[in-house]
Design a protein around this ligand. Structure first.
Ligand code: ADP
Length: 401
């Protein structure tokens, strides 16, 4: 059975077609710049690749392009749309309602729309993707897999902010956490690699990509995570500040003559690695600049590493000890020098890198990078959110297919 996984962003559609339950990837690609003058589809299936340029007005048209690419006689993967058995959608915000993946019904669509207020950049395009897929592939079961769902197990004391409780009741202001599919996938995979049941493990999973978050995972359940009400909280990211004193917001508004929205934009788009280094939001560029002697790039790397280190310490306390630290995401999987910086000085917690293994484990390779004699294991696990979405979709829609 083939399962199509869709991840619809504001101007892009990322997709993968899986042969389930094996998990073999039949095709995949990315359509970018939807709504702009020239849109671009990069598609691959088997060993074949194709690039199509043209104007794609909206997500409806975009999804048509995707289905056409999948059906293409030369670079396609299927002969008829009926070969798509189900569609799994990545949905960013499921509010407090969704603790797991669900079949998409009119009520679920309504709830996703309602949570758009909590994720104004993400839920609306996710919703358009769902509606487009329902129209283009009528009768095909559709499943929603939420980024927030994995963190639905956090205890009250971890998800509540110490602001007047009425604001939680009125606006549902609380920590939700994101990247849940990635934290869940790497936790499961880490247990397999460690050869121990997930139920017995205390893990700290570090998803370090353009967006970055850490999760404390006890027995396969998230008990705390660094992203909060929005994906702005927590670690230093490509362009996001992560944790700041909230009093900085009114201070900057006053001193710089900015509106609240403008300050929010500074914290989301002009901060993080980019804001500190003045070089780039891309870790590779920042590392290069630091090697060439750029002081601000070095500062960005120091602050980035220090923040991750602090969270590892905090979550070791939250979990009452830790069995393994797991690195994933573009930075977590590749930036071995950054992994070195993060783990440096954590020997007292039983966390010691093996420098050789660490250097060797790059380029979507999984493996152990901790010293054999250290009590805490350290793993690199390339994330695969799409595969987990496909598995959930099979499980949820399975009986209907
Ligand atoms: P997203 O969160 O958008 O999925 P990724 O997980 O691909 O992004 O992570 C992107 C980040 O990974 C960028 O900061 C990029 O510089 C970093 N990265 C990718 N490859 C390397 C590498 N070889 N060395 C250092 N950083 C890398």
């Amino acid at each position: 059975m083939n399962i199509l996984v869709l991840n619809c962003g504001s101007s892009s559609i990322k997709y993968k077609l899986f042969d389930m339950p094996d998990g073999g990837e039949l095709a995949g690609g990315l359509l970018e710049r939807i709504g702009e003058e020239t849109s671009q589809l990069s598609h691959r299936a088997g060993g074949r690749k194709a690039r199509v340029d043209g104007k794609v007005a909206d997500h409806w048209e975009g999804l048509k392009w995707v289905v056409e690419a999948l059906l293409h006689p030369e670079h396609g993967a299927i002969r008829d749309p009926s070969e798509i058995g189900a569609v799994g959608h990545r949905v960013v915000h499921g509010g407090e309602q969704f603790m797991g993946s669900v079949p998409i019904t009119p009520e679920v669509v309504e709830a996703i729309r309602e949570f758009s207020g909590l994720a104004p950049l993400h839920n609306p395009p996710n919703l358009i993707g769902i509606q487009a897929a329902q129209e283009l592939l009528p009768g095909v079961p559709q499943v929603a897999v939420f980024d927030t769902a994995f963190h639905g197990t956090m205890p009250r004391y971890a998800y509540l902010y110490a602001i007047p409780y009425e604001y939680y009741q009125k606006y549902r202001i609380r920590r939700y956490g994101f990247h849940g599919t990635s934290h869940r996938y790497v936790s499961m995979r880490a247990a397999e690699l460690l050869g121990r049941p997930l139920k017995e493990l205390k893990l700290i999973t570090c998803h370090l990509g353009n967006g970055c978050s850490v999760a404390a995972v006890r027995g396969g359940r998230s008990v705390d995570t660094s992203m909060g009400f929005t994906p702005l909280e927590g670690l230093v990211m490509g362009t996001r500040s992560g944790d700041v004193d909230p009093a900085i917001v009114p201070f900057l508004a006053r001193e710089e003559g900015l509106s609240v929205e403008e300050v929010e934009r500074v914290l989301n788009k002009k901060s993080g690695l980019l804001g500190l280094s003045g070089v780039s939001n891309d870790m590779r560029e920042v590392e290069r600049a630091a090697r060439e002697g750029e002081e601000r790039a070095e500062i960005a790397l120091e602050v980035f590493a220090y923040r991750v280190k602090k969270y590892i310490g905090a979550y070791t306390a939250v979990l009452g000890g830790v069995d393994a630290i797991v690195f994933t995401g573009g930075i977590g999987e590749n930036a071995y020098r950054m992994r070195e910086r993060i783990c440096e000085g954590l020997e007292g917690l039983g966390i010691t890198l093996d420098p050789e293994c660490n250097r060797r484990t790059v380029g979507r390779r999984e493996g152990e990078i901790g010293r054999d004699d250290a009590p805490v294991r350290i793993l690199v696990v390339p994330t695969d959110e799409e595969l987990l979405i496909a598995r959930d979709t099979l499980e949820v829609a399975g009986p209907k297919i």
